[in-house]
Design a protein around this ligand. Sequence first.
Ligand code: GLN
Length: 252
Amino acid sequence: MSENRKLRLLHMYPDVLDLYGDSGNVEVLRYRCKMRGIELEVNTHHLNKPDELDFSEQDIIYLGGGADYEQQILADDLMGCKESIKAAYDKGVFLLMICGGYQLLGQYYKDSNGEKIPGLGLFSYHTEASTNKRDRCIGNIVVQTELVGKPYRVIGFENHGGQTTDVGTPFGKVLCGNGNVRAGESEGYCEERVIATYLHGPLLSKNPVIADYVIAKALSRRGQDSTLAPINDELEKACRKELFSRLLTKKR
Ligand code: GLN
């Protein structure tokens, strides 16, 4: 395996978009990189604090989830980053987005107060929430994705009022839970270098194959060796086995 592999991750709004421990996804990436001798440099972008970062020099851009209030307060700042995020996306930087972050990279999010928050418009989907604040999709969810080159079941927890439609290429097929819309068939959005999903959990601790997929794609874009030596995932495997037996035997 090659020496001195290094990646950069840009964590956007770490103190605002961090529902259900979404920042744990960054910790998982850091850990799984470290176990392979890869240094992961984590940079941050904060609300109303202009930075000198070149987004295209990052390898992964990460946005977690947030309630409607948080999405409202960061909307203008995020719009100010539109060209930087778009340029990074065009250059193959991996975009990983959870729930509120997922929604804001689409066309728009109409929140539960009926207020329309413009999205960055990188992707064709849009999201609307019911004005009945109790009308939310909440609970454990399992989806099956093909993104990683073989069927892989992804486990998480969803809590969203937003219903996302016009999703060209969903992340996965819903096996249990709701997904993009209530009682939906599909969940999230993906491209080779984009994962946008409603799955909190944190996503990557329960689904190490997804974490390694992100790392390998980021390495290959840098022209670095993307081979990842296996690491001991016995605990993760035991956790997944237990959750599948609890969640996939129940009817919706
Ligand atoms: N506020 C959004 C919604 O309710 C996103 C919530 C989230 O990130 N969990 O749909």
